[in-house]
Design a protein around this ligand. Structure first.
Ligand SMILES: Nc1nc2c(c(=O)[nH]1)N[C@H]1C(S)=C(S)[C@@H](COP(=O)(O)O)O[C@H]1N2
Ligand SMILES: [Mo]
Length: 331
């Protein structure tokens, strides 16, 4: 995501060629891992590898027994799933740094403790409550879906998410009839995510959707990816996936789900409302004020593909917007 306050030497994705940097970083990382393995660090010395000791290691996730979940064949793709070593090292998670290609972001996120993790459900509901994440996950019908994932910066990937329909959790939360929106909030903990000490962004990360969008079959809460609990950089232990919208709508590492009468204002809308609005539906014909959305670069294959209306999901979601023509549906 790019905001106006970026320094002049920072180019938008469309103007930069990050592959060369990205590939050289990958190369460096690979070499580092090789050296460690060759030296037998950890194993020979009898010290547990740093990964296993990390509080954020998904290998210790208490819901491991639920994976892999059955794939729902209704959600497939016409192009290959992005390899995990690529998608898992190209993440937007500003709480852990503002560079997608920076492995420090993935590593920093890995230090986030995954438990205890409590989700507050409040606002216009019959009974506000705080629930442990495992109680939510175990109450929900987990399934795997292949989804397109399109960032507003014009890169995309194909991801095998595991999770459950948003509407299942909405039903479980028992919202009141006055609820018109679902507002989602990420954790606020600068000790875990030092970038939250910065003053550029109005933390915590917030975004939301309408109740009608939440009821759509495609709206998905994600708990896992690649057939296992999601590594932290993907937004563990609970994140949203709205595949017909730009990725910034898909809030990560959620701690609060509120049902509201008023439209929530997301972090990006707050920071730069002229460029990042509430609806943010994908549309190749509506450019971002500073770059085209006509095509996108698949970070797995490197191919440039034409962008599709509603990111290819028009059939399922266009009806949601039939009566909203006056709204800025694609910003
Ligand atoms: N809390 C939080 N959620 C977030 C973000 C973020 O920085 N913080 N980035 C958003 C953006 S811009 C995108 S494109 C997706 C990226 O998801 P991915 O890293 O799993 O591909 O997460 C979204 N959710
Ligand atoms: Mo994004």
């Amino acid at each position: 995501m790019f905001i106006r306050r970026r320094r002049s030497w920072e180019l938008p994705e469309s103007a930069a060629t990050p592959e060369s940097i990205y590939l050289s970083r990958r190369h460096l990382l690979g070499a580092g891992v090789g050296l460690l393995a060759a030296a037998g660090v950890g194993a020979v010395a009898g010290i547990a590898p740093a990964q296993a000791a990390a509080p954020g290691d998904p290998a210790n996730d208490p819901t491991n027994d639920l994976y892999p979940a059955k794939r729902n064949p209704a959600f497939t793709l016409d192009h290959p799933v992005t390899p995990e070593d690529i998608s898992g090292n190209y993440n937007n998670f500003y709480e852990f740094g503002s560079e997608r290609t920076n492995y420090q972001c993935t590593a920093a996120a890995a230090r986030m403790p995954r438990r205890p993790w409590t989700v507050k459900i409040d606002g216009l509901v019959e009974q506000p409550r705080e629930v442990g994440i495992d109680d939510i996950i175990r109450a929900m019908p987990l399934e795997e879906r292949l989804y397109r994932h399109r960032c507003v910066e014009a890169w995309s990937m194909a991801v095998p998410w595991t999770g459950f329909p948003v509407r299942e959790l909405v039903a479980w939360a028992k919202p009141l009839s006055g609820a018109k929106y679902v507002r989602l909030e990420t954790f606020l903990n600068p000790k875990v995510a030092p970038a939250q000490n910065g003053f550029i962004y109005p933390w915590p990360y917030v975004d939301g959707l309408t109740m009608a969008e939440a009821a759509n079959d495609l709206a998905f809460f994600v708990t896992g990816v690649y057939g296992k609990p999601a590594p932290n950089q993907f937004g563990a232990p609970l994140r949203l996936a709205l595949p017909w919208k730009y990725g910034f709508k898909s809030v990560k590492s959620i701690v609060r789900i509120s049902f509201t009468a008023d439209r929530p204002i997301g972090l990006w809308e707050k920071v730069q409302g002229r460029e990042y609005g509430f609806w943010a539906n994908v549309n190749p014909e509506v450019p971002h004020p500073r770059w085209s959305q006509a095509s996108e670069r698949d970070i797995g294959t490197g191919e440039r593909r034409p962008t599709l209306l509603y990111n290819g999901y028009a059939e399922q979601v266009a009806g949601l917007y039939a009566d909203l023509k006056g709204e800025k549906l694609f910003m």
